[in-house]
Design a protein around this ligand. Structure first.
Ligand code: GLY
Ligand code: MN
Ligand code: MN
Length: 556
């Protein structure tokens, strides 16, 4: 971005609607002393915009008609409707508020690319950058049940609904402004000449199947019937502070519960929205497979870039960049920052500086995932010999990690396997291999190490083996332990298996030939409707022989 409108942007609708969440704007009598130009206004000191009435009339006229017709219904729409129904059934008679979140400042007047909160994306079926400041409200269709009657458990929700929807969804957002508005040409965050044309109410209704309303009607909608406790409100508070405050203000004005009780209400909503994502529907599984397929393409371009990386002083960045290009071309972008870690850098688990060289003879650990336009992401790690061949010691470590991954995968396929059992299976292999190599402390067997009071093997793999995967790379993060770690695997669950072994260059407890080598292999697993587990990443080479052939084939 190189330009800035040199006049105050009008306050955004949600600011006007939801209170002064963003910084006070120029012209605000509280925003600065009279004799000194407020800092917020100084952005206009570098250019001039005409402001005459004649100019406004001129720039607002002479444009062709808007395209006719409405967009087709999104493929995701019926799935999102079913998700809203399942969530609503947990909170009959309550108003549920799920914000998309605001634009976030990166620096000065530049925002990060917008990415909606995952609960919003899940419940609307929208993706990419739809839509800063939007808010989904599930409006109760019937009164709340009598006090003391508990909401049903998440897994019972559809039955509890009895097939009848409990809520009507309403999507509040800032529809596009007319070309005669100041916003059209003067607002660098929202204006059509700055960020492109935004959709109309009718267009979003057509695409989502959800009734839509302008964002400035949100405060009244939240307050409706809230007095005397007739309608309880809950909000996914972390998604948008301004909307969370608006809900708090509404509760206060209506005499509803505040303080810890309100936090508890909101926590239950965030938890339920998170747990609703534990089992993916078939459409989501298709999106995850698409994310994995794009990620495979990204790894292939990354491998093709290895010769260039080896000649570059920051070869890791060359690898990172090759993957990132595919992520933007084929998807919405990266699901998380790429780790491209050559040699000892692989032993820094979140190595995202990627500012080191790529040297002959090294392994490079690449952990990367494409997020597709629907915002589902893959999460894949491959550890790649930059010469196309593993050395003998590299092969030994790689094979140990692969065996741990295979054991975890086999355990996942056993009936009744719990999420945490997958990790346990991987650890049995890791501990056994470390015992075999004489790395466990004197007198400690693999079995001793696996006992809760031991765990010595974890020195060389301090992270977990698995996490749920979906819209967030670490999906369902607000789910309760009994629904996540302690729960049995079920159809629709998507999770990673990602064991590793990390031998730091300064680790005096391992032989010199292991030092400076880190290996992780990460696959994305789906539980099919019949209970079979499969790797969505099956098509991405992972055995020693497959990886060698893959690399050699791409950089020959
Ligand atoms: N890339 C983050 C993870 O593997 O969990
Ligand atoms: Mn992962
Ligand atoms: Mn990963």
């Amino acid at each position: 971005m190189t330009q800035t409108p040199d006049a105050p942007s009008s306050p955004s609708a949600p600011e006007a609607a939801a209170g002064p969440a963003r910084p006070a704007g120029p012209g605000d009598p509280t925003s600065g002393a009279q004799d000194s130009q407020p800092l917020a206004e100084r952005v206009s000191n570098r250019s001039h915009r005409p402001s005459s009435r004649a100019f406004r009339d001129f720039i607002g006229s002479g444009w062709g008609p808007r395209p006719q017709g409405l967009p087709p219904r999104a493929e995701s729409a019926p799935w999102a409707a079913a998700r809203r129904e399942a969530l609503g059934a947990l909170f009959p008679g309550e108003r549920l508020v799920i914000p998309a979140g605001p634009l976030r400042v990166r620096n000065n007047d530049c925002d990060y690319r917008f990415r909606p909160h995952s609960a919003f994306a899940h419940l609307t079926g929208t993706g990419t950058d739809f839509e800063p400041d939007a808010v989904l409200v599930l409006e109760p269709l019937s009164p709340a049940p009598p006090a003391g009657q508990e909401a049903p458990e998440a897994q019972d929700a559809p039955q509890a609904a009895g097939g009848r929807p409990t809520h009507e969804a309403v999507l509040y957002f800032r529809p596009r402004a007319s070309r005669s508005s100041e916003e059209f040409y003067a607002d660098s965050r929202y204006g059509e000449l700055w960020v492109g044309v935004r959709p109309s109410i009718e267009e979003v209704e057509a695409a989502t199947g959800v009734r839509c309303a302008p964002i400035d009607s949100l405060p009244d909608a939240l307050a409706k019937d809230a007095g005397a406790g007739a309608v309880r409100l809950r909000v996914v508070a972390e998604a948008d502070e301004a909307i969370a405050s608006l809900v708090m203000d509404t509760r206060r004005a209506a005499g509803l519960a505040l303080g810890r009780e309100a936090v508890e209400l909101d926590t239950r909503l965030a938890e339920a929205a998170s747990e609703l994502r534990l089992r993916k529907d078939p459409w989501e599984v298709g999106q995850l497979q698409a994310a994995v397929d794009a990620t495979k393409a990204g790894f292939e371009d990354l491998i093709r870039s290895i010769p260039r990386a080896r000649g570059h002083w920051r070869g890791e960045r060359v690898l990172e960049g090759a993957f990132a290009a595919v992520a933007r071309q084929e998807g919405n972008g990266l699901g998380y920052d790429t780790i491209a870690a050559a040699g000892d850098h692989a032993n820094t688990l979140h190595w995202i500086s990627n500012d080191g060289p790529v040297e002959p003879g090294q392994l490079v650990l690449v952990d990367a995932g494409v997020e597709v336009d629907s915002l589902y992401t893959a999460d894949v790690t491959r550890t790649i010999p930059v010469d196309g061949r593993f050395t003998e010691v590299q092969r030994r470590v790689y094979q140990a990690v692969l065996d741990a991954a295979d054991a975890a995968f086999a355990r996942a396929g056993e009936p009744g396997c719990r999420f945490k059992d997958v990790h346990a299976a991987a650890m049995e292999v890791i501990a056994a291999r470390l015992e075999e190599w004489g790395l466990l402390p004197e007198g400690v067997s693999a079995a001793d190490s696996l006992a809760p009071e031991g765990q010595y093997h974890r020195r060389w793999m301090v992270h977990g083996t698995s996490h749920h995967l979906g819209l967030d790379v670490h999906d369902c993060a607000q789910a309760r332990r009994e629904m996540y770690m302690d729960a049995a695997l079920e159809p629709g669950m998507c999770f990673t298996i990602e064991p590793g072994l990390y031998f730091r260059a300064d680790d005096l407890l391992v032989p010199a030939d292991l030092r400076g080598m880190g290996v992780r292999i990460e696959d994305d697993i789906i539980v099919r409707p019949d209970g079979r587990v499969e790797r969505l990443t099956q098509g991405i080479p992972r055995t020693v022989e497959e990886v060698e052939a893959w690399v050699s084939g791409l950089i020959a």
